[in-house]
Ligand binder design. Structure first.
Ligand code: RAM
Length: 328
């Protein structure tokens, strides 16, 4: 806890507890973890890994975020944590530029900052714990879309929000791959679903009506994939409009088995949460500093750093043959 008033209170309470024999309040390092949305299964899975890391490291973990993706609400939560005087923030940014002012303010007050999943501006944090390289994610998706459509015809993308830094980065590389390798494929629309399953379903329905020749929808945010699959199923277009995207095995299993969704791509979300807390704590303790070349994260082992990015690894492709082996 950085806040001097909170520290003084904690010290007085500790003294009182020694005198009275009652248990002392926690003097543990406090890590505050901000998801894009606290009800999103993707971030709950990250939290499971974060809890595990916090336990192993003996730190206190606060986890809070907007109910649904909401950049202004994220700022409010960060401001509250600054007032509370937590030691380190771990943030998945809904809006790259928008959150950065609050994160810089935190840094000025001695609070360390790392980002995970979706980055802020680089000067607003020490390190970004990235799930995979944006190129790896985007090329993987685009190659899978090409494989399923014989590299020709119309496809559409459903994204999270139009301001989300991770999705924006992935889109950039999807378009690079499309231009370089698949001249007969045409991206007809990119629609945001605000990281909501129901909105993805209505967007996918609208995309299919507006584009009768659509061959595939690629949903690049986790709630978007089951939302799109439901739309395709209800439109009676299973097989005619293919579905792929970045999604959790648990949320897509039945659509994959029913042949609605061909494949989903993702990284191990629990590991992302675990790695993030290890990085946050190492930064807070001064053990991970700018220029470091590698970093050891508990049972996950050692990671090579790419500048100020700590990269979790390569994404996996889940399909009918392997999806039952994964329960997140
Ligand atoms: C959603 C969020 C998150 C993204 C995943 C794939 O849950 O937008 O930022 O990484 O999808």
């Amino acid at each position: 806890m950085k806040n001097p008033v909170i520290r003084l209170c904690a010290a007085l309470a500790a003294l009182a507890s020694v005198l009275s024999g009652a248990p002392a309040p926690s003097s543990k390092l406090v890590v505050a973890m901000l998801p894009k949305a606290k009800g999103n299964a993707y971030f709950l899975s990250c939290k499971a890994g974060a809890d595990k890391a916090a336990k192993e490291l003996g730190v206190e973990l606060l986890f809070d975020g907007p109910t649904d993706s909401n950049a202004a609400k994220q700022n409010e939560i960060v401001e509250n944590w600054i007032t509370l005087g937590v030691d380190v923030l771990a943030v998945a940014a809904e809006n790259k530029e928008g959150i950065s002012t609050a994160l810089r303010k935190a840094q000025k007050q001695g609070i360390k900052v790392v980002t995970y999943d979706a980055d802020s501006m680089p000067d607003a944090r020490s390190f970004f714990v990235n799930q995979a390289t944006p190129q790896g994610i985007a090329f993987g998706l685009m190659d899978e879309a090409a494989r399923l459509t014989n590299s020709e015809g119309e496809f559409a993308v459903i994204t999270a929000t139009l301001t989300a830094s991770n999705q924006r980065e992935w889109m950039k590389y999807i378009e690079v791959r499309l231009k370089e390798k698949y001249p007969k494929m045409k991206l007809v629309a990119t629609r945001p679903c605000d990281d909501l399953k129901d909105k993805a379903q209505s967007e996918a329905t609208a995309l299919m009506s507006a584009n009768p020749n659509l061959k595939l929808i690629m949903a690049i945010c986790s709630p978007g994939v089951p939302g799109t699959a439901e739309a395709v199923k209800q439109a009676g277009k299973v097989g005619k409009v293919k579905v792929i995207g970045l999604g959790l095995p648990s949320e897509n299993r039945r659509y994959v088995h029913d042949g609605v969704t061909d494949s989903v791509i993702l990284w191990k979300t629990e590991d992302l949460g675990y790695l993030t807390i290890f990085a946050a704590v190492a930064v807070a303790k001064g053990e991970l500093t700018s220029g470091a070349k590698s970093f050891k994260a508990g049972s996950l082992g050692t990671f090579a750093l790419e500048g100020d990015n700590i990269i979790l690894g390569k994404p996996f492709v889940f399909n009918k043959t392997n999806i039952d082996q994964f329960n997140f």
